[in-house]
Design a binder for this molecule. Structure first.
Ligand SMILES: [Zn+2]
Length: 427
C-alpha cells in the first residue's frame, strides 16, 4: 500500500520518496512506471482527474491506483527530452524527488469542492441526489435525480452555494473504520463501502452544507473555491443535468465573457441593459437590406434571362462580338452574380431556349467559377472531369450541368477557349 501524503496534508507540494518498484524501460512502448513508498500525487478516481508534476524532473503523464498501490507513469524518452536519461537512474530502494503541479491540483480542489457544495445544497433544498459527476476539461456536470429543475430554482441554489463559499466554513475529512459510526452523520448518499471510509463535510457537521463519502482532494475552507457559476440545465434520463464551473475556471470564463460583451458594447454603442434591443434593431435593418438586395438581384437575373432568350442566335448579337462562338455555344460573364444566381439563369435557359440546344457557359468573374449546362448533346460533367485539371480547375457535375472553379482568371479563360474549340469541332 502506498502512503498517501495528500490525505495527511493536501497542501504538500514536494516530497522525497523511496522507490519500491520500477516497471518499463522509458521507451514510448514501455514508459517507466514507478511505485513509491509514499506519494503527494492523487491518482485518478471518484470523478477527479489525477495530479501531474515531475519525478526527478521527468514529467508524469498519468497517476493511477490499484489495490491501494499508486502507480506513477512517466513521459517516455524521445529526441526532445533525451537529456533526461541521465537523471532517470532509479533503483529500488533509491530516492526520488516528487514535485506537484500545484496549479492543476488546486484547480481540481476548487472544482471538486464546488461540486460538493452545489450537490449538498441541491440535496438540502430540493431533496435531489447527485447520481453522476463529470469533471471535464472545460466544465463540470452533475446529474440531480429530479426531472425538470427550473432555471430560477437553479439560480437560487447557485446563490446559496456561493453564500456557503463566502462564509468560508471549514472543509474537513474524517476517516472511519466503522460503517455504523460514519452512518450517524447526515450523509447525502448511502455508503457503499464497509471500512476505510473517508467522510468529507463542508461546514458544521451538525448542519453541513454537504456531508458525503469522498476520497478526493479538497481545500481546507470553502472560501478557497472562490466562485461557482451554473451554466445550463438539460433533461437527462429523467434527471436534470447541471453544467457549471468553479474556482479559477469560473473566473476565466467570466473574463472571457466580459471581453466578448465589451466588444459587442463598442460595436453596438450599448450597455448590458440595451445590447439585446440594439442587436434586434440591427437584425431588422439587415433583414430589410437583404430583402431589397434579393429583389434587385432577382430583377437583374430576370433581365439577364430575357436578354439571352430574345437575342441568342441573332445575327445582330454575333456582330457585336459578345462571347458567342457559334449557335452551339453560349457564353456570358457576370461580375455581380453568385453561383446560385448563375444556376438559376442556366436552368431557365436550358428549359426555354428555342432552336438548337447549345452548351451554356456562365462565368462568375468575381469567383472565377464557370457553370456549364445544356439540354443538348454535350456532357458537361465529362468536359470538366477530362479537361479542367489542365488549368488547375476543381469541380464536377453530370451530363446536364457542372461547375468548376479556377485559381486565376487566366486559367479560366484558357478553359473557356478550349470549350469553344470543342463546340466548334462538334458543330
Ligand atoms: Zn470530494
Amino acid at each position: 500500500m502506498t502512503r498517501k501524503l495528500y490525505q495527511e496534508d493536501v497542501y504538500k507540494k514536494e516530497c522525497e520518496s523511496t522507490v519500491v518498484d520500477i516497471q518499463g524501460s522509458g521507451t514510448a512502448g514501455a514508459p517507466f512506471v514507478l511505485v513509491l513508498d509514499e506519494t503527494i500525487f492523487f491518482p485518478t478516481g471518484g470523478g477527479q482527474p489525477c495530479d501531474l508534476g515531475t519525478i526527478d524532473g521527468i514529467p508524469l503523464t498519468e497517476v493511477y491506483e490499484k489495490d491501494g498501490v499508486v502507480f506513477h507513469k512517466l513521459l517516455p524518452f524521445s529526441q526532445e527530452n533525451q537529456d533526461q536519461t541521465s537523471i532517470a537512474k532509479w533503483k529500488v530502494g533509491g530516492r526520488a524527488s516528487c514535485v506537484l503541479d500545484w496549479e492543476r491540483r488546486f484547480e481540481h480542489m476548487q472544482r471538486h469542492c464546488g461540486e460538493h457544495i452545489l450537490s449538498g445544497i441541491f440535496f438540502r433544498e430540493c431533496g435531489g441526489v447527485n447520481r453522476g459527476f463529470h469533471m471535464g476539461s472545460g466544465y463540470m456536470t452533475i446529474d440531480i435525480d429530479l426531472p425538470g429543475i427550473t432555471w430560477e430554482e437553479a439560480q437560487r441554489i447557485e446563490t446559496m452555494t456561493n453564500e456557503v463559499i463566502w462564509a468560508n466554513v471549514p472543509v474537513t475529512t474524517r476517516y472511519y473504520e466503522d460503517r455504523a459510526e460514519a452512518e450517524k452523520l447526515p450523509l447525502r448518499k448511502a455508503l457503499t463501502v464497509d471500512e476505510d471510509i473517508s467522510i468529507v463535510s463542508v461546514g458544521d457537521e451538525s448542519n453541513p452544507a454537504d456531508c458525503v463519502a469522498c476520497c478526493g482532494t479538497h481545500p481546507s475552507t470553502s472560501g478557497q473555491v472562490g466562485l461557482l457559476k451554473v451554466l445550463k440545465l438539460e433533461n437527462y434520463k429523467g434527471m436534470t443535468r447541471v453544467y457549471f464551473k468553479a474556482g479559477r475556471e469560473a473566473l476565466i470564463d467570466y473574463q472571457n465573457k466580459h471581453r466578448v460583451l465589451s466588444e459587442l458594447h463598442v460595436k453596438y454603442s450599448s450597455d448590458d441593459n440595451d445590447l439585446l434591443v440594439k442587436m434586434n434593431v440591427q437584425d431588422e435593418k439587415n433583414k430589410e437590406v437583404r430583402q431589397e438586395l434579393n429583389l434587385m438581384k432577382n430583377t437583374l437575373i430576370g433581365k439577364a434571362i430575357d436578354e439571352i432568350l430574345s437575342n441568342y442566335g441573332t445575327a445582330e448579337l454575333k456582330k457585336e462580338g459578345h462571347r458567342i462562338s457559334s449557335p452551339w455555344l453560349l457564353i456570358r460573364e457576370y461580375p455581380y452574380f453568385q453561383v446560385n444566381n448563375l444556376l438559376t439563369i442556366s436552368k431557365a435557359l436550358t428549359e426555354k431556349l428555342a432552336g438548337p440546344k447549345p452548351l451554356i457557359a456562365l462565368v462568375s468573374t468575381r469567383e472565377n467559377i464557370v457553370i456549364l449546362a445544356t439540354s443538348g448533346k454535350h456532357d458537361c460533367g465529362k468536359i470538366v472531369k477530362d479537361n479542367a485539371h489542365v488549368w488547375r480547375g476543381k469541380g464536377g457535375g453530370n451530363a446536364a450541368g457542372a461547375r468548376v472553379m479556377f485559381p486565376s482568371r487566366d486559367d479560366l479563360d484558357c478553359f473557356i477557349t478550349f470549350v469553344s474549340q470543342v463546340c466548334q469541332n462538334a458543330k
